[in-house]
Design a protein around this ligand. Structure first.
Ligand code: AMP
Ligand code: MG
Length: 344
Protein backbone atom coordinates (compact mmCIF):
# COMPACT_ATOMS: atom_id res chain seq x y z
CA UNK A 1 0.00 0.00 0.00
CA UNK A 2 1.31 3.49 -0.83
CA UNK A 3 2.37 5.46 2.28
CA UNK A 4 0.05 8.39 1.52
CA UNK A 5 -2.98 6.12 1.23
CA UNK A 6 -2.07 4.42 4.50
CA UNK A 7 -2.04 7.79 6.27
CA UNK A 8 -5.41 8.72 4.80
CA UNK A 9 -6.88 5.42 6.00
CA UNK A 10 -5.36 5.87 9.47
CA UNK A 11 -6.77 9.40 9.68
CA UNK A 12 -10.21 8.12 8.61
CA UNK A 13 -9.95 5.38 11.23
CA UNK A 14 -9.30 7.91 13.96
CA UNK A 15 -12.20 10.08 12.81
CA UNK A 16 -14.72 7.23 12.55
CA UNK A 17 -13.61 5.23 15.58
CA UNK A 18 -12.43 2.64 13.05
CA UNK A 19 -15.76 0.82 12.76
CA UNK A 20 -15.03 -1.60 9.97
CA UNK A 21 -18.05 -2.49 7.82
CA UNK A 22 -18.58 -6.26 7.95
CA UNK A 23 -17.42 -8.06 4.84
CA UNK A 24 -20.32 -8.96 2.54
CA UNK A 25 -21.07 -12.61 1.79
CA UNK A 26 -20.83 -13.26 -1.96
CA UNK A 27 -21.58 -15.94 -4.53
CA UNK A 28 -21.05 -16.23 -8.28
CA UNK A 29 -22.76 -18.98 -10.20
CA UNK A 30 -23.83 -19.98 -13.71
CA UNK A 31 -27.56 -20.61 -14.04
CA UNK A 32 -30.33 -20.00 -16.57
CA UNK A 33 -27.71 -19.64 -19.29
CA UNK A 34 -26.00 -16.66 -17.66
CA UNK A 35 -23.56 -15.68 -14.91
CA UNK A 36 -25.22 -14.52 -11.70
CA UNK A 37 -23.71 -12.62 -8.75
CA UNK A 38 -25.22 -12.32 -5.30
CA UNK A 39 -23.92 -10.09 -2.52
CA UNK A 40 -25.45 -10.08 0.97
CA UNK A 41 -24.63 -7.18 3.29
CA UNK A 42 -25.35 -6.54 6.93
CA UNK A 43 -24.14 -6.72 10.44
CA UNK A 44 -25.17 -10.26 11.14
CA UNK A 45 -23.75 -13.61 11.95
CA UNK A 46 -21.57 -14.48 8.92
CA UNK A 47 -22.11 -18.19 9.34
CA UNK A 48 -25.87 -17.63 9.14
CA UNK A 49 -25.43 -15.44 6.03
CA UNK A 50 -23.37 -18.18 4.38
CA UNK A 51 -26.16 -20.67 5.11
CA UNK A 52 -28.64 -18.31 3.43
CA UNK A 53 -26.32 -17.94 0.44
CA UNK A 54 -25.97 -21.73 0.10
CA UNK A 55 -29.73 -22.15 0.38
CA UNK A 56 -30.18 -19.51 -2.35
CA UNK A 57 -27.78 -21.35 -4.66
CA UNK A 58 -29.54 -24.64 -4.03
CA UNK A 59 -32.95 -23.08 -4.68
CA UNK A 60 -31.68 -21.43 -7.88
CA UNK A 61 -30.21 -24.71 -9.15
CA UNK A 62 -33.49 -26.44 -8.43
CA UNK A 63 -35.53 -23.76 -10.24
CA UNK A 64 -33.15 -23.86 -13.23
CA UNK A 65 -33.58 -27.64 -13.34
CA UNK A 66 -37.37 -27.23 -13.51
CA UNK A 67 -37.68 -24.21 -15.82
CA UNK A 68 -34.93 -24.86 -18.41
CA UNK A 69 -36.10 -25.85 -21.89
CA UNK A 70 -32.86 -27.73 -22.53
CA UNK A 71 -32.08 -29.53 -19.24
CA UNK A 72 -32.85 -33.23 -19.04
CA UNK A 73 -35.89 -33.96 -16.85
CA UNK A 74 -37.05 -30.35 -16.45
CA UNK A 75 -40.76 -29.55 -16.19
CA UNK A 76 -40.56 -27.45 -19.36
CA UNK A 77 -38.69 -30.21 -21.22
CA UNK A 78 -41.35 -32.74 -20.21
CA UNK A 79 -44.15 -30.44 -21.41
CA UNK A 80 -42.30 -29.89 -24.72
CA UNK A 81 -41.86 -33.61 -25.32
CA UNK A 82 -45.34 -34.70 -24.19
CA UNK A 83 -46.76 -34.76 -27.75
CA UNK A 84 -50.04 -33.15 -26.71
CA UNK A 85 -50.48 -35.18 -23.48
CA UNK A 86 -51.06 -33.48 -20.11
CA UNK A 87 -48.08 -33.11 -17.77
CA UNK A 88 -48.12 -32.56 -14.02
CA UNK A 89 -45.51 -29.93 -13.03
CA UNK A 90 -44.15 -28.58 -9.74
CA UNK A 91 -46.00 -25.70 -8.10
CA UNK A 92 -43.31 -23.05 -8.88
CA UNK A 93 -43.44 -23.97 -12.58
CA UNK A 94 -47.24 -23.73 -12.55
CA UNK A 95 -47.04 -20.40 -10.71
CA UNK A 96 -44.57 -18.95 -13.21
CA UNK A 97 -46.61 -20.29 -16.14
CA UNK A 98 -49.74 -18.68 -14.75
CA UNK A 99 -48.02 -15.28 -14.22
CA UNK A 100 -46.39 -15.51 -17.67
CA UNK A 101 -49.61 -16.35 -19.50
CA UNK A 102 -51.23 -13.30 -17.89
CA UNK A 103 -48.35 -11.13 -19.09
CA UNK A 104 -48.59 -12.62 -22.60
CA UNK A 105 -52.25 -11.56 -22.57
CA UNK A 106 -51.60 -8.04 -21.20
CA UNK A 107 -48.90 -7.44 -23.83
CA UNK A 108 -51.20 -8.59 -26.62
CA UNK A 109 -48.90 -11.51 -27.39
CA UNK A 110 -45.70 -9.43 -27.77
CA UNK A 111 -44.46 -11.71 -25.00
CA UNK A 112 -45.20 -15.26 -26.05
CA UNK A 113 -43.80 -18.17 -24.06
CA UNK A 114 -44.42 -20.59 -26.96
CA UNK A 115 -41.71 -19.05 -29.16
CA UNK A 116 -39.29 -21.94 -28.55
CA UNK A 117 -39.48 -23.60 -32.02
CA UNK A 118 -38.57 -20.23 -33.58
CA UNK A 119 -35.80 -19.56 -31.03
CA UNK A 120 -34.35 -23.00 -31.93
CA UNK A 121 -34.74 -22.46 -35.69
CA UNK A 122 -32.56 -19.31 -35.45
CA UNK A 123 -30.02 -21.37 -33.53
CA UNK A 124 -30.08 -19.26 -30.37
CA UNK A 125 -30.31 -22.30 -28.06
CA UNK A 126 -27.15 -24.00 -29.37
CA UNK A 127 -25.44 -20.80 -30.59
CA UNK A 128 -25.31 -22.36 -34.06
CA UNK A 129 -26.96 -19.54 -35.87
CA UNK A 130 -28.83 -19.61 -39.16
CA UNK A 131 -31.42 -17.50 -40.99
CA UNK A 132 -34.56 -19.56 -41.67
CA UNK A 133 -36.18 -19.19 -45.10
CA UNK A 134 -39.35 -17.03 -45.42
CA UNK A 135 -41.73 -20.02 -45.73
CA UNK A 136 -40.12 -21.68 -42.70
CA UNK A 137 -40.63 -18.44 -40.74
CA UNK A 138 -44.25 -18.28 -41.80
CA UNK A 139 -44.86 -21.80 -40.52
CA UNK A 140 -43.00 -21.04 -37.27
CA UNK A 141 -45.05 -17.87 -36.69
CA UNK A 142 -48.23 -19.96 -37.10
CA UNK A 143 -47.05 -22.29 -34.34
CA UNK A 144 -46.51 -19.48 -31.76
CA UNK A 145 -49.68 -19.00 -29.71
CA UNK A 146 -49.65 -18.73 -25.92
CA UNK A 147 -53.47 -18.91 -25.84
CA UNK A 148 -53.25 -22.60 -26.78
CA UNK A 149 -51.48 -23.44 -23.48
CA UNK A 150 -53.88 -25.08 -21.02
CA UNK A 151 -53.02 -24.69 -17.34
CA UNK A 152 -55.34 -26.28 -14.78
CA UNK A 153 -53.86 -26.27 -11.29
CA UNK A 154 -50.46 -27.92 -11.69
CA UNK A 155 -51.40 -29.67 -14.95
CA UNK A 156 -50.20 -28.31 -18.30
CA UNK A 157 -51.33 -29.33 -21.76
CA UNK A 158 -49.66 -28.05 -24.90
CA UNK A 159 -50.79 -28.93 -28.45
CA UNK A 160 -48.41 -31.22 -30.30
CA UNK A 161 -45.74 -29.33 -32.25
CA UNK A 162 -45.68 -26.41 -29.83
CA UNK A 163 -42.90 -25.83 -27.30
CA UNK A 164 -42.43 -23.55 -24.30
CA UNK A 165 -39.49 -21.24 -23.59
CA UNK A 166 -39.42 -19.36 -20.28
CA UNK A 167 -36.10 -17.65 -21.13
CA UNK A 168 -37.72 -14.21 -21.17
CA UNK A 169 -39.09 -14.47 -17.63
CA UNK A 170 -37.25 -17.16 -15.61
CA UNK A 171 -34.34 -14.94 -14.42
CA UNK A 172 -36.77 -12.38 -13.09
CA UNK A 173 -38.93 -14.99 -11.40
CA UNK A 174 -35.82 -16.45 -9.76
CA UNK A 175 -34.95 -12.91 -8.58
CA UNK A 176 -38.30 -12.61 -6.81
CA UNK A 177 -37.99 -16.06 -5.21
CA UNK A 178 -34.42 -15.39 -4.01
CA UNK A 179 -35.32 -11.92 -2.71
CA UNK A 180 -38.06 -13.58 -0.63
CA UNK A 181 -35.44 -15.90 0.89
CA UNK A 182 -33.18 -12.94 1.70
CA UNK A 183 -35.99 -10.94 3.31
CA UNK A 184 -37.29 -13.92 5.28
CA UNK A 185 -33.77 -14.39 6.67
CA UNK A 186 -33.71 -10.81 8.02
CA UNK A 187 -30.81 -9.84 5.80
CA UNK A 188 -31.36 -6.09 5.41
CA UNK A 189 -29.41 -5.42 2.28
CA UNK A 190 -28.52 -7.44 -0.81
CA UNK A 191 -27.82 -7.02 -4.48
CA UNK A 192 -28.89 -9.94 -6.66
CA UNK A 193 -27.48 -9.68 -10.18
CA UNK A 194 -29.35 -12.33 -12.14
CA UNK A 195 -27.32 -11.77 -15.30
CA UNK A 196 -28.28 -10.29 -18.68
CA UNK A 197 -29.06 -6.95 -16.96
CA UNK A 198 -31.66 -8.28 -14.52
CA UNK A 199 -31.04 -6.91 -11.02
CA UNK A 200 -32.94 -7.20 -7.75
CA UNK A 201 -32.01 -4.71 -5.04
CA UNK A 202 -33.10 -5.77 -1.56
CA UNK A 203 -33.31 -2.91 0.94
CA UNK A 204 -30.78 -0.11 0.52
CA UNK A 205 -27.00 -0.05 0.39
CA UNK A 206 -25.48 -0.61 3.82
CA UNK A 207 -25.75 2.83 5.40
CA UNK A 208 -29.17 3.62 3.94
CA UNK A 209 -28.41 5.15 0.53
CA UNK A 210 -30.27 3.69 -2.47
CA UNK A 211 -28.45 1.31 -4.81
CA UNK A 212 -27.23 3.10 -7.96
CA UNK A 213 -27.44 0.83 -10.99
CA UNK A 214 -26.13 1.71 -14.44
CA UNK A 215 -28.17 1.28 -17.62
CA UNK A 216 -26.08 -0.02 -20.53
CA UNK A 217 -25.72 2.15 -23.62
CA UNK A 218 -26.90 -0.22 -26.39
CA UNK A 219 -24.66 1.61 -28.88
CA UNK A 220 -21.63 1.05 -26.63
CA UNK A 221 -22.37 -1.89 -24.34
CA UNK A 222 -19.20 -1.23 -22.29
CA UNK A 223 -20.66 2.08 -20.99
CA UNK A 224 -23.62 3.17 -18.92
CA UNK A 225 -25.66 6.10 -20.21
CA UNK A 226 -27.84 6.48 -17.12
CA UNK A 227 -28.03 5.61 -13.46
CA UNK A 228 -31.21 4.47 -11.72
CA UNK A 229 -31.58 4.56 -7.93
CA UNK A 230 -33.24 1.47 -6.51
CA UNK A 231 -34.47 0.57 -3.05
CA UNK A 232 -36.39 -2.70 -2.67
CA UNK A 233 -36.84 -2.60 -6.41
CA UNK A 234 -35.82 -4.58 -9.48
CA UNK A 235 -34.60 -3.49 -12.91
CA UNK A 236 -34.32 -5.43 -16.15
CA UNK A 237 -33.04 -4.55 -19.61
CA UNK A 238 -33.67 -6.30 -22.91
CA UNK A 239 -31.71 -5.28 -25.95
CA UNK A 240 -30.61 -6.50 -29.34
CA UNK A 241 -26.96 -6.04 -28.26
CA UNK A 242 -27.23 -8.76 -25.59
CA UNK A 243 -27.31 -11.80 -27.88
CA UNK A 244 -27.03 -11.61 -31.66
CA UNK A 245 -25.20 -12.79 -34.75
CA UNK A 246 -24.31 -11.15 -38.04
CA UNK A 247 -24.74 -12.57 -41.49
CA UNK A 248 -24.32 -10.84 -44.87
CA UNK A 249 -24.10 -7.44 -43.19
CA UNK A 250 -27.36 -7.92 -41.28
CA UNK A 251 -27.66 -8.23 -37.48
CA UNK A 252 -30.12 -10.77 -36.06
CA UNK A 253 -30.92 -10.75 -32.33
CA UNK A 254 -32.54 -13.15 -29.89
CA UNK A 255 -35.75 -11.24 -29.18
CA UNK A 256 -38.30 -12.43 -31.71
CA UNK A 257 -41.55 -10.91 -32.87
CA UNK A 258 -44.15 -13.67 -32.38
CA UNK A 259 -46.05 -12.36 -35.45
CA UNK A 260 -43.13 -12.98 -37.81
CA UNK A 261 -40.93 -15.46 -35.85
CA UNK A 262 -38.04 -13.16 -36.85
CA UNK A 263 -35.98 -10.71 -34.73
CA UNK A 264 -38.26 -7.91 -33.53
CA UNK A 265 -37.56 -4.70 -35.44
CA UNK A 266 -39.54 -2.06 -33.64
CA UNK A 267 -36.97 0.71 -33.91
CA UNK A 268 -35.76 0.13 -30.34
CA UNK A 269 -32.22 -0.77 -29.31
CA UNK A 270 -33.07 -1.48 -25.66
CA UNK A 271 -35.82 -1.27 -23.07
CA UNK A 272 -35.26 -1.08 -19.32
CA UNK A 273 -38.09 -1.73 -16.88
CA UNK A 274 -38.10 -0.76 -13.19
CA UNK A 275 -40.62 -2.43 -10.86
CA UNK A 276 -40.85 -4.05 -7.42
CA UNK A 277 -41.24 -7.38 -9.29
CA UNK A 278 -38.16 -8.77 -11.04
CA UNK A 279 -40.46 -11.11 -12.98
CA UNK A 280 -42.29 -8.10 -14.41
CA UNK A 281 -38.99 -6.33 -15.23
CA UNK A 282 -37.77 -9.37 -17.13
CA UNK A 283 -41.01 -10.20 -18.97
CA UNK A 284 -42.03 -6.64 -19.74
CA UNK A 285 -38.60 -5.53 -20.99
CA UNK A 286 -38.73 -8.33 -23.57
CA UNK A 287 -42.34 -7.52 -24.50
CA UNK A 288 -41.82 -3.74 -24.77
CA UNK A 289 -38.79 -4.33 -27.00
CA UNK A 290 -41.11 -6.19 -29.38
CA UNK A 291 -43.91 -3.60 -29.12
CA UNK A 292 -41.76 -0.54 -29.79
CA UNK A 293 -41.90 2.94 -28.30
CA UNK A 294 -45.46 4.05 -29.12
CA UNK A 295 -47.21 0.82 -28.18
CA UNK A 296 -44.92 0.31 -25.18
CA UNK A 297 -45.64 3.79 -23.82
CA UNK A 298 -49.35 3.18 -24.30
CA UNK A 299 -49.13 -0.07 -22.33
CA UNK A 300 -47.50 1.92 -19.48
CA UNK A 301 -50.34 4.49 -19.59
CA UNK A 302 -53.07 1.84 -19.77
CA UNK A 303 -51.77 -0.36 -16.93
CA UNK A 304 -50.89 1.68 -13.84
CA UNK A 305 -51.79 -1.39 -11.74
CA UNK A 306 -48.66 -3.12 -13.07
CA UNK A 307 -46.54 -0.55 -11.17
CA UNK A 308 -43.66 -0.27 -13.59
CA UNK A 309 -41.59 2.48 -15.17
CA UNK A 310 -39.53 2.20 -18.35
CA UNK A 311 -36.58 3.65 -20.24
CA UNK A 312 -36.54 3.24 -24.02
CA UNK A 313 -33.51 3.78 -26.27
CA UNK A 314 -34.22 3.90 -29.98
CA UNK A 315 -31.90 2.62 -32.70
CA UNK A 316 -31.18 6.29 -33.49
CA UNK A 317 -29.97 6.74 -29.91
CA UNK A 318 -32.93 8.80 -28.63
CA UNK A 319 -33.71 8.32 -24.93
CA UNK A 320 -37.26 8.25 -23.56
CA UNK A 321 -38.30 7.61 -19.97
CA UNK A 322 -41.63 7.42 -18.18
CA UNK A 323 -42.59 10.25 -15.80
CA UNK A 324 -42.54 8.09 -12.66
CA UNK A 325 -38.75 7.77 -12.81
CA UNK A 326 -38.32 11.47 -11.98
CA UNK A 327 -36.59 10.90 -8.61
CA UNK A 328 -34.60 7.85 -9.61
CA UNK A 329 -33.14 8.60 -13.03
CA UNK A 330 -30.04 10.61 -13.92
CA UNK A 331 -27.76 10.66 -16.95
CA UNK A 332 -24.35 9.11 -16.36
CA UNK A 333 -21.01 10.88 -16.57
CA UNK A 334 -20.19 11.64 -20.18
CA UNK A 335 -23.88 11.61 -21.20
CA UNK A 336 -24.97 14.77 -19.34
CA UNK A 337 -25.77 16.64 -22.54
CA UNK A 338 -28.13 14.02 -23.97
CA UNK A 339 -31.79 14.89 -24.40
CA UNK A 340 -34.22 12.70 -22.44
CA UNK A 341 -37.87 12.85 -23.52
CA UNK A 342 -40.27 12.30 -20.63
CA UNK A 343 -43.35 10.21 -21.44
CA UNK A 344 -46.51 11.33 -19.62
P1 AMP B 1 -34.73 -11.56 -22.46
O1 AMP B 1 -33.27 -11.83 -22.55
O2 AMP B 1 -35.29 -11.60 -21.08
O3 AMP B 1 -35.16 -10.35 -23.20
O4 AMP B 1 -35.47 -12.79 -23.17
C1 AMP B 1 -35.11 -13.20 -24.44
C2 AMP B 1 -35.22 -14.69 -24.52
O5 AMP B 1 -36.60 -15.05 -24.46
C3 AMP B 1 -34.72 -15.22 -25.85
O6 AMP B 1 -33.39 -15.67 -25.72
C4 AMP B 1 -35.68 -16.35 -26.17
O7 AMP B 1 -35.28 -17.52 -25.48
C5 AMP B 1 -36.97 -15.88 -25.57
N1 AMP B 1 -37.79 -15.03 -26.46
C6 AMP B 1 -37.43 -14.36 -27.59
N2 AMP B 1 -38.45 -13.62 -28.07
C7 AMP B 1 -39.49 -13.80 -27.21
C8 AMP B 1 -40.82 -13.30 -27.14
N3 AMP B 1 -41.30 -12.44 -28.03
N4 AMP B 1 -41.59 -13.71 -26.10
C9 AMP B 1 -41.12 -14.57 -25.18
N5 AMP B 1 -39.88 -15.08 -25.18
C10 AMP B 1 -39.06 -14.70 -26.17
MG1 MG C 1 -36.92 -10.73 -20.29
Amino acid sequence: MKKGLLWVLLALCTLTGCQKAPEPVEATTFAMDTVMDFTLYGDWDRERAKEVRDWMLERLGWLDGKLSATKEGSDVGQINRAGGESVEVGTPTAELLSQSLELCEVTGGALDITAYPAVKAWGFTQEEHRVPAPDELEALAQSIDYSAVRLEGDTVTLPEGMELDLGAVAKGYAGDVLAETVRASDIPSALLDLGQSTIMAVGTKPGGAPWRIGVVDPAQPGSYFAVVELEDMAMGTSGGYQRYFEQDGETYWHILDPDTAAPARSGLASVTVVSPSAFLCDGLSTALFVMGLEEGAQLWRDHPELEFEAIFVTEKGEIYRTAGLEDRFSLAEGYEGREVVVLE
